[in-house]
Design a protein around this ligand. Sequence first.
Ligand SMILES: Cc1cc2nc3c(=O)[nH]c(=O)nc-3n(C[C@H](O)[C@H](O)[C@H](O)COP(=O)(O)OP(=O)(O)OC[C@H]3O[C@@H](n4cnc5c(N)ncnc54)[C@H](O)[C@@H]3O)c2cc1C
Length: 382
Amino acid sequence: MEFALNEEQRMFQNMFRDFAAKDIAPHAEEIDHEETMPASILSKAANQGFLGATLPEEVFGAALDGVSYALMIEEVARACVSLSVVTAAHVSMVAMSILEAGSDAQKAEWLEAMSAGEVIGAFALTEPDAGSDAQSLQTRAVVDGDEVVLGGVKTWVTNGGIAGLFLVFARGAEGIDAYLVPQDTPGLTVGYREPTLGLRSASFNTVYLEGCRVPLTNRLGQAGGGWDIARRAQDRMAVALAAAGLGVATDAIAVASKYATERIQFDVAIAHKQAIQEFVANAYIETEALRYLVYRAAWLSDQGQSVSVEASTVKAFAARVARNVTNMMVQVMGGYGFMEDYPMARKYRDARSLGIIGGPTEVHQLRVAQKIFADLDVEIKL
Ligand SMILES: Cc1cc2nc3c(=O)[nH]c(=O)nc-3n(C[C@H](O)[C@H](O)[C@H](O)COP(=O)(O)OP(=O)(O)OC[C@H]3O[C@@H](n4cnc5c(N)ncnc54)[C@H](O)[C@@H]3O)c2cc1C
């Protein structure tokens, strides 16, 4: 059993940490208040290889292994959870789906541009009446000659406002299909950014598809193969979101414990108060437990193993840890933890999203329960 990062992973970790501290963290507060993700930040992230993180070198990807990618998302989330989510949706959900299921022509058309950040990807699965139960989606895909006509409404599309390419899931004759739909396709309309509690510099939009025609060659994978593509993307995203939870929890502890050494009450730094020590210690214990679950899930996927249960396990745990830890760290900072001028309020708001984005915790728990009971020959339905 080996718990250490290898030399290359440690080198990447330092590189990601330096970049996040220098080029992301100084802007995180401002872009959150302005509810925007500036092109300049995305362009810097692309130059660092973040937007093609796990894509191969042939398409100018950074060819990171899963553990290094988790380290990257963790470090980005320490500085800005929104950017980690924008990046993970683009890489884990869209670019990797094209790499895994795309034709040579689709890979050639999109992957280089996605690595370079010239095209941002968005994953359009959820609908107004199909959230946790995404498989019940109603968007239609009707074949007309060598084209397909898409009609329906997609909600909660991360990157909707900045995407050049939408991976749209729709019901066709043989089940759920996946289609690559460029943003400028007539019949595709992006609605305004939904106002949200957290992740305010990412954009979440409703996308309307009305008589939206794309060539049949834009279908990703086989007819009826869309659900499998979506599930694999969700598993990758679950591990990435867990890494984001690890990042935000780690930074929350760093920020609040430093504050506790500086804040004087009753003539001593509050770090000397046992209640504060307990908050910080408990937060650290939970976060370290999460750290090894995240790295393990990423490592297992590097071994080519299916990580569906591990992805759900770590995602459900990360959502809980990130919420608990940021909640405790708000308490450590007292009134300043509640103030928007300090970073803890943003971290707390952002961490809350992790129990819903990428599927609610309850559904991930059900997937874990399904596995436990399947081992006892009992089938549990979602
Ligand atoms: C910030 C953010 C970003 C997102 N980005 C994307 C994206 O890029 N692309 C995309 O397609 N979707 C995206 N989503 C949508 C997300 O996947 C859904 O919000 C999520 O799957 C839950 O669906 P819902 O919101 O409709 O909640 P519902 O399905 O209505 O569920 C509400 C609650 O009911 C409970 N529940 C539901 N089903 C069960 C069950 N079987 N057992 C027990 N309890 C249950 C859970 O507590 C759940 O929170 C995003 C969501 C958020 C918040």
